[in-house]
Design a protein around this ligand. Structure first.
Ligand SMILES: Cc1cc2nc3c(=O)[nH]c(=O)nc-3n(C[C@H](O)[C@H](O)[C@H](O)COP(=O)(O)O)c2cc1C
Length: 542
């Protein structure tokens, strides 16, 4: 075999600087999630390069066992060659390679040992044979043969028989690496020359894996009525149209995410009735996971959106079974929440259940998007646990505890003010005008350092106004839900805030172009087409 004959074209997804999040760790999280979804075989495997005191390098494959803003963690034997080299020279480099995407991530920095407690906590999660082999193996030393290793492992088994296996002194937290925060992601450039028919067809972008999103929320059957005006007290107003449709913020947001190309799983409660059964079928058909949708003795909730000419609405909702979602049921979904790329929730479920889901997600490092709608008593407590808070102007006003005033400037001030409730990122939607976003001070500070060295230009904004799109709006029901889904989809794919809000605006605008919440929830192609060529809202042009 002539290895020089082995070649292929690198024509998979391109890399658009504008879509990079300001924090490399956010990009890493998104790409790792894609790698896990594309290929379950060792997506966390990476090559670690160390060098001895004389600068002679060595490299080996390890598994990543944790990461956050502070660095990347792996575990190893402290007597191993890599550990000895790191003791003499703490500088190291790490490379992840995900061929399914023609992607590599390079990380360089200084390695420190993790604390004993961290090592022990991880060691306790290892299967028993792995724990025993940590005791048995003298890593990097020539082994006397398989029999010797097996005997050492058996001996360790006898030594700790019946009890917990403690973490060996010579094993463990091989490095919470305090990085110099330079993470360089390199993507092979698109091939410049045209393909011939004999060449391999590259995987299209649409084949990118469906990232899992946990959605906690409601299923509400909507009875949409078109009315000339809202009824006054004691008055009957005859509606000119009636449409029965699936709705509820949870179901809407889950379906919106599925249409955009994510893999949502809904954690919800429906009644033991025809509406509940019809929800399960519809959600399944839309590509939403329903195995965590429970059945309650309370009837499925119903809503009555009253649609006025001109695209405005008012809604009465009886939440029904949605309020039967207990914290225990959410706790039972712990594994699925922890494995998700994001958690998205609203407040049409009991507050303690919402907070339980958020606590699980945060504990697992899963980003929490809270659409604080409707504002319920105690909503502030939920806001505290959110990474990203999405509200409309009315909800922002309720959370701010008073009038926020009209206009984009007031909304910008309100979004910045809402950080005091806890969320590092706040987005306030402004209907047809678009949305404003604000990333708190904590998020902005590291940017210059993170992308220094001329690696690439990065978003330096910490917030701003993103105008919406002009469409023929008919019914805004579900527009906010489509917005949330667009925002989550963009963020789990590593899109920076401004373009993420822009795609969310497009989703919201398209959702308003037909009567009913779900009718016009767009797919990604439609939303991206509107972003590419849609007419933006402007104060002058209204
Ligand atoms: C897929 C894969 C994953 C591995 N993961 C680890 C790991 O997490 N920790 C570790 O110490 N060794 C791991 N190893 C073994 C290392 O590659 C290496 O052989 C061993 O740590 C000794 O390296 P050293 O002599 O350079 O210190 C892994 C090997 C493979 C092939």
């Amino acid at each position: 075999m002539d290895v020089s004959d082995l070649r292929r074209e690198y024509m998979l997804a391109g890399l658009d600087e504008r879509h990079l999040p300001p924090e490399p760790i956010a990009q890493f999280r998104a790409w790792l999630a894609e790698a896990v979804a594309a290929d379950p075989l060792d997506p966390t495997a990476m090559t670690l390069a160390t060098a001895d005191a004389a600068g002679r390098p060595s490299a080996r494959v390890l598994l990543l066992k944790g990461y956050d803003e502070r660095g990347f963690v792996f575990f190893t034997n402290y007597g191993s060659r890599k550990a000895r080299e790191l003791a003499a020279n703490a500088h190291a480099a790490m490379v992840f390679h995900w061929p399914a995407f023609d992607r590599q991530v390079r990380i360089e920095g200084v390695v420190e040992k993790t604390s004993r407690a961290e090592s022990a906590a991880y060691f306790a999660t290892r299967p028993l044979p792995s724990q025993l082999s940590a005791w048995a193996s003298r890593q990097s030393e020539p082994a006397g043969g398989r029999a010797e290793l097996e005997a050492a492992q058996a001996q360790a088994g006898e030594r700790f028989a019946g009890g917990e296996v403690p973490v060996p002194d010579f094993w463990g937290g091989a490095g919470r690496r305090r990085l110099d925060r330079r993470a360089v992601a390199a993507l092979k450039a698109r091939a410049a020359r045209p393909r011939t028919s004999r060449e391999r067809t590259p995987r299209p972008m649409s084949a990118s894996p469906r990232l899992p999103v946990a959605v906690v929320g409601s299923c509400i059957m909507d009875f949409c009525v078109s009315v000339p005006r809202l009824p006054r007290l004691g008055e009957n107003v005859i509606a000119s149209g009636l449409r029965v449709a699936h709705g509820g913020k949870g179901a809407n947001q889950a379906v919106a995410l599925a249409r955009l190309g994510a893999a949502p799983r809904l954690i919800a409660s429906v009644g033991d009735d025809d509406f509940g059964r019809s929800f399960r079928t519809m959600l399944r058909d839309e590509g939403v996971g329903v195995d965590l949708v429970g059945t309650s003795t309370v009837p499925t909730g119903i809503g009555v959106p009253m649609i006025l000419g001109g695209g405005e609405n008012a809604i009465v909702v009886a939440l029904g079974a949605a309020m039967s979602l207990r914290p225990e049921a959410v706790g039972a979904a712990r594994r699925e929440i922890a494995a998700a790329s994001a958690l998205l929730l609203q407040l049409e479920v009991p507050l303690d259940s919402a907070i339980t889901a958020m606590a699980i997600a945060r504990g697992a490092g899963v980003e929490v998007f809270l659409n604080a709608a409707p504002i319920v008593e105690g909503a502030e407590a939920a806001c505290r646990a959110a990474d990203v808070l999405v509200v409309n102007e009315t909800e922002a006003e309720a959370l701010a505890g008073g009038g926020i005033g009209d206009g984009v400037e007031s909304a910008l001030r309100a979004s910045a003010d809402l950080h005091r409730l806890g969320p590092p990122v706040v987005v306030v939607t402004l209907g047809e005008r678009g949305a404003v976003w604000s990333a708190g001070a904590g998020l902005g500070t590291a940017r210059g350092a993170v992308w220094s060295g001329g690696v690439r230009r990065c978003e330096t904004e910490r917030g701003g106004f993103v105008p919406g799109f002009r469409v023929a709006a008919v019914d805004p029901t579900g527009a906010g839900d489509a917005f949330c889904a667009g925002l989550v989809w963009s963020r789990i794919h590593g899109v920076a805030w401004r373009p993420a809000v822009e795609l969310a605006n497009a989703c919201g605008a398209l959702a308003a172009t037909a009567v009913g919440a779900m009718t016009a929830l767009p797919d990604r192609a439609a939303a991206e087409a509107l972003v590419a060529s849609g007419e933006r809202w402007s104060a002058a042009g209204r």
